[in-house]
Design a protein around this ligand. Structure first.
Ligand SMILES: Cc1cc2nc3c(=O)[nH]c(=O)nc-3n(C[C@H](O)[C@H](O)[C@H](O)COP(=O)(O)OP(=O)(O)OC[C@H]3O[C@@H](n4cnc5c(N)ncnc54)[C@H](O)[C@@H]3O)c2cc1C
Length: 431
């Protein structure tokens, strides 16, 4: 079947011994039972080696299933391997929408949940907070369901699981009646956004901005529920044609980067506005490959930490081709969620995939950590086991639930074994 595997950015590659795309639960159970080690892959959009394996790699994209809407229409059981695009399209057909979404929609529902994928919105939690039930295939091929009050520890751990507890076949998510969103994009001065952040955040349901490290202007974007109006216009928040050129020129001649970014921002002056179905407005297509690190900070530390990171890049004249993305997220109570300390500011730091990123990520990571940030689990970070325990007091509970669910560590790979300090000598052996 599939030979080599690579993640979206190309920075993680693997040679799985066995790959499978089961069409039903029996086929999935057969693959899981036979394997010594299993990783389930969604869309492979994680930057960390969460999916990496040289054993068995399974995609649930073809697993038969459908959405099952609760009588009160507030929750839906959905196939976990469906992409968010497929899921939100099916929800829309049924008159429903997801509560919030991130920047793109190829990710699987399970992959997005497993890593705490989020959008922006000061009052809105990550996609993991929308999940309120899971059906999981365990190491022996049996199915287990968990939810509030049902296998409670497994449920609490599985809410942000990194895929450690089994193959999620279906996930129950909270939904809303279908809604439209008005998108507005404009150019603003970074200083003004910093000064008025609270007011701007409160004015709309979703607020975010992109800022190139060498420009004093930001691309400021808001989304807010609205009545449908006119024809839906399919467009992107960032014009990737000019942006791609800026990245390529910048990569070829790094001293040009500051000038190119200021020029691009001068060209991005016009205000745009459109209204469309929420599932069409939330995602943009990202065709320019990049590598990414993201830290979630206490909201009060967000803006000053962003400025410190920008100052650092400017003072060291670091060749960074991509903008930062700044978003807001509500706090939650999920054991391993980087938002579980309260309202969060999310700072994403990217580098064009054609340029070196490791040393720059190291320098900026130190600044984001100084702002009390904790990393997005799917994006580049260098946490060690001691850091995980220090940053997440519920780590022992999470790992006890993992031990109970999968004592043979069938669903752990090398990265997760190292990250959580699992006993690698027991991996793959009978309990
Ligand atoms: C271009 C781009 C844009 C992005 N935008 C955002 C954004 O706006 N907000 C944000 O927070 N993140 C964002 N991300 C990160 C992305 O949402 C996460 O990496 C997410 O986990 C990817 O989902 P996936 O389906 O590709 O999962 P994968 O990367 O394939 O897997 C992620 C984890 O989920 C596990 N998993 C997948 N399916 C299952 C299953 N059925 N059962 C059990 N475990 C499973 C995997 O084993 C792995 O541990 C972006 C990434 C890219 C490349």
């Amino acid at each position: 079947m599939m030979s080599g595997w690579s993640n979206w950015s190309g920075s993680v590659t693997a040679q799985p011994g066995v790959t499978g795309r089961p069409r039903n639960l029996d086929e999935l159970a057969g693959l899981v039972r036979q394997a010594q080690k299993v990783r389930v892959v969604g869309a492979g959009h994680s930057f960390m080696p969460l999916v990496h394996t040289d054993d068995t790699l399974i995609s649930l994209a073809d697993l038969e299933g459908r959405i099952d809407i609760a009588a009160d229409r507030k929750t839906v059981w959905a196939p976990a391997g469906w992409s968010l695009d497929r899921l939100t399209g099916a929800l829309w057909e049924a008159g429903l929408s997801m509560i919030n979404q991130g920047d793109i929609n190829p990710q699987s529902l399970a992959g997005a949940t497993a890593t705490g994928t989020h959008g922006t919105g000061a009052e809105l939690g990550s996609i993991a907070t929308q999940a309120c039930g899971f059906r999981l295939m365990q190491a022996d091929g049996s199915l287990i369901e968990c939810g509030p009050g049902l296998h409670a520890d497994l449920y609490e751990a599985q809410r942000l699981s990194l895929g450690l507890f089994g193959a999620a076949t279906e996930i129950r998510i909270e939904v809303l009646p279908a809604y439209h969103l008005e998108e507005r994009i404009s150019r603003m001065r970074l200083g003004e956004v910093a000064e008025r952040l609270d007011e701007l955040a409160a004015a709309t349901r979703h607020m975010e901005f992109f800022v190139f490290p060498y420009s004093d202007h930001v691309i400021f974007k808001t989304l807010h529920p609205a009545e449908p109006e006119g024809e839906f216009v399919d467009s992107a928040d960032i014009d990737e044609t000019v942006f791609r050129l800026v990245c390529e020129l910048g990569a070829a001649a790094t001293p040009m980067i500051p000038t190119l970014q200021r020029m691009l921002m001068r060209m991005s002056g016009q205000q745009t506005r459109r209204i469309g179905p929420a599932w069409k407005i939330f995602p943009s297509e990202r065709t320019i490959r990049f590598e990414e690190m993201e830290y979630e900070l206490p909201r009060a530390n967000g803006m000053q930490t962003l400025k410190a990171a920008i100052d650092h890049i400017r003072s060291r004249r670091m060749p960074i081709a991509f903008p930062f993305e700044f978003r807001l997220t509500a706090g939650d109570d999920i054991w391993m969620s980087p938002f579980n300390k309260g309202a969060g500011a999310s700072i994403s730091f990217h580098q064009y995939a054609g340029m070196p990123w490791r040393s720059a990520f190291g320098e900026i990571e130190a600044i984001l950590q100084a702002g009390e940030g904790r990393p997005h689990w799917a994006k580049r970070h260098t946490l060690a086991t001691a850091d995980v325990y220090r940053l997440y007091p519920r780590t022992p509970d999470f790992l006890a639930a993992r031990e109970a669910a999968d004592p043979q560590q069938k669903f752990a790979n090398a990265h997760l074994t190292e990250l959580f300090g699992l006993d690698s000598s027991r991996a793959g052996k009978a309990a």
